[in-house]
Design a protein around this ligand. Structure first.
Ligand code: TYD
Ligand code: MG
Length: 466
C-alpha cells in the first residue's frame, strides 16, 4: 500500500478537492466538504471476476442495433412500471431516493413480490434485520416467492452468492449502509457510497441483473446524498410525500430508458402501497364545500392532471409581526402572491396572519396554482366562498396579471370529469381546440379575480370557446 492520501469530498455533489474549502466550487454549497481517504485507484472496481477478457471494439451500424433486444422486467407495480418506462431493464441501475419513512423499503418489497423475472431476487438489507423484513412482508398483500435475503453491509460479501445464484434483480436497502474494504471512511460517506455503488453497478452490468439502489435523502442533504450517484446510475426515481399523509408521488428525475415526465401516484395503506388511478378523487374526497378560504386547482404532474384543494386562512395578527405559514406551497411564492393581492387586488393582507395548506399532503411546485391560491386567500379575507363547482388555474405575475399555463386542455377535461362546471383561466389562454364540457371564465388579472369573487362568482363573462 502506498502512502495514505486523503481528499475532501462534497457531500452534496460528490466533487473532490485536494484541500478543504468553505464552499464547494462545483455546486456552490457551503460547509459541505468532508475529509476522506482516497480510494486506491489501481485496483479495478470488480466485484464479480467472471467478466470476459476485453475484446477489440467492433463498430456497429446504428441501423443494426435492435432496441427491443433489451426486454423489460415488469415489476407488477403498475405505477412503478409507468415511471420506469415499462419496467426494469436487465443490467441497468436504478436509484430510488427519498426521505426516511416515505416507503422505499415497502416499494422494494412489493417490487420483489411482483417482478416477472426468470431468476431470483436478492434483497440486501443493511439496515433492518431479516426478521423485520419478514414482518413487513407479512403486512403486504402478496409475499415475494423467489426472494433471498442477505443481511450484509460488506459489498465484498455479496460476490459469492451473486455468482452462485445469478439473481435477475438485486435490491440494495440502503446504499448508505454498505461499505467496501477498499475505502477506509465510514459507511455513508461520499467515498463509500460512490465506491460501493460503482462496484455494484459493474457487477450488475457484468451479470445482467437489474440493480435497484435505495438511497436516503434528508431535507438538509447532510448525509452523502444520492446526488453523488446521479451520474453513475441509469435512472433516478424520487419518492416524495408527507409522512403524516397517505399520498406518495414517484417521479423520475433521470431516466436513460424512458421519459422523465411520468409520475406514479400511491397511497400508503395498512397493507402496503396502493396505486392511485384517480388522484383527483382521492384529494377531493374530504372537501367541505361552501366554506370560505378554499379553491380547487387543476394541476398537471408529468402528463397526469389532478385536482387539488388549496386552503387559506387569513386571521387578524396577534402580538408582533404577522405569521405566514404554508404547508405544501413555497413560502416565497406565497409572499409574492400576498404582496400582489394587496397591491393590485385591493385585498388588505398586511397585518394579517396567513396560513396556507394544500389538502392531502400534496406539495405543489407549479405556478399554475397561483390563481387558485389568490382566490382562496381573498375568499378567506373577504369571507366569500368560491362556488363549489368552480376551479381556477393561472400563474400570477408581479404586475398582478394572470399568465397562461401549459396543458389547459388536460386541466379542463379533468375538471369536467369531476363534475366542475366553471373554470377560471388566464384571459390570454386563447381558444380551445375542442369546446370543453366546462364553462371557461377568462380572468385578466388579480383585480378581475377579486371582482369576480365579490360579485358572488356569478358574473358570467363571455364563454371562451370560439
Ligand atoms: P418504509 O418502507 O420502511 O420507509 P423507508 O424505507 O422509506 O424508510 O415505510 C415507511 C412507513 O410506512 C412506516 O412508518 C410504516 C408505514 N407502512 C404502512 O403504513 N403500511 C404498510 O403496509 C407498511 C409495510 C408500512
Ligand atoms: Mg427503509
Amino acid at each position: 500500500m502506498g502512502r495514505e492520501r486523503s481528499v475532501f469530498a462534497c457531500t452534496e455533489c460528490g466533487a473532490q478537492q485536494p484541500r478543504w474549502l468553505g464552499r464547494c466550487p462545483e455546486c456552490g454549497s457551503w460547509s459541505s466538504l468532508v475529509e476522506e481517504a482516497a480510494a486506491a485507484p489501481t485496483r479495478a472496481r470488480q466485484l464479480l471476476q467472471a467478466e470476459p477478457a476485453p475484446v477489440a471494439v467492433k463498430p456497429r451500424s446504428l441501423r443494426e442495433i435492435d432496441a427491443s433486444s433489451s426486454p423489460r422486467l415488469t415489476t407488477g407495480v403498475a405505477e412503478l412500471d409507468r415511471v420506469l418506462g415499462g419496467g426494469l431493464v436487465p443490467g441497468s441501475v436504478v436509484l430510488l431516493a427519498g426521505e426516511p419513512g416515505v416507503g422505499k423499503s415497502t416499494l422494494a418489497l412489493q417490487l420483489a413480490a411482483g417482478v416477472r423475472a426468470s431468476g431470483a431476487v436478492f434483497y440486501v438489507t443493511g439496515e433492518e434485520s431479516p426478521e423485520q423484513l419478514r414482518l413487513r412482508a407479512n403486512r403486504l398483500p402478496s409475499a415475494p416467492e423467489d426472494m433471498w435475503v442477505l443481511a450484509e453491509t460488506r459489498v465484498e460479501a455479496l460476490a459469492d452468492p451473486w455468482r452462485e445464484r445469478r439473481p435477475a434483480v438485486v435490491l440494495v436497502d440502503s446504499i448508505q449502509a454498505l461499505a467496501t474494504d477498499r475505502v477506509e471512511s465510514a459507511p455513508g460517506s461520499v467515498a463509500q457510497v460512490r465506491e460501493c455503488a460503482a462496484m455494484l453497478a459493474a457487477a450488475a452490468k457484468a451479470s445482467g441483473a437489474a440493480l435497484v439502489l435505495i438511497g436516503h435523502v434528508t431535507k438538509e442533504g447532510v448525509l452523502a446524498g444520492p446526488r453523488v450517484l446521479e451520474h453513475l446510475v441509469d435512472a433516478v426515481l424520487t419518492f416524495e410525500g408527507d409522512r403524516s399523509h397517505a399520498f406518495r408521488l414517484l417521479r423520475a428525475r433521470k431516466n436513460r430508458y424512458g421519459s422523465t415526465r411520468e409520475v406514479g401516484v400511491f397511497s400508503m395503506t395498512e397493507g402496503g402501497l396502493e396505486g392511485v388511478a384517480n388522484p383527483s378523487e382521492l384529494f377531493l374526497s374530504e372537501r367541505r364545500t361552501g366554506a370560505p378560504g378554499s379553491c380547487i386547482a387543476p394541476l398537471v404532474e408529468g402528463t397526469r392532471p389532478m385536482l387539488v384543494e388549496i386552503q387559506a386562512l387569513v386571521a387578524p395578527a396577534g402580538y408582533g409581526t404577522a405569521r405566514r405559514t404554508s404547508i405544501g406551497f413555497d413560502d416565497g411564492r406565497l409572499a409574492l402572491l400576498l404582496a400582489v393581492l394587496d397591491r393590485y387586488g385591493g385585498v388588505d393582507l398586511v397585518s394579517r396572519d396567513v396560513y396556507v395548506n394544500v389538502a392531502g399532503g400534496v406539495r405543489v411546485s407549479e405556478p399554475s396554482c397561483d390563481l387558485a391560491l389568490a382566490l382562496a386567500l381573498a375568499s378567506s379575507r373577504l369571507d366569500l366562498a368560491v362556488p363549489a363547482e368552480v376551479a381556477a388555474c393561472g400563474e400570477v405575475g408581479l404586475g398582478g396579471e394572470v399568465r397562461r399555463v401549459g396543458r389547459l386542455d388536460l386541466r379542463l377535461r379533468e375538471a369536467a370529469r369531476l363534475g366542475f362546471r366553471r373554470v377560471l383561466v388566464p384571459a390570454g389562454a386563447g381558444a380551445n381546440p375542442q369546446p370543453p364540457a366546462v364553462e371557461v371564465v377568462p380572468i385578466a388579472d388579480v383585480a378581475a379575480a377579486v371582482a369576480w369573487l365579490r360579485a358572488g362568482g356569478a358574473v358570467h363573462a363571455p364563454v371562451n370557446n370560439r
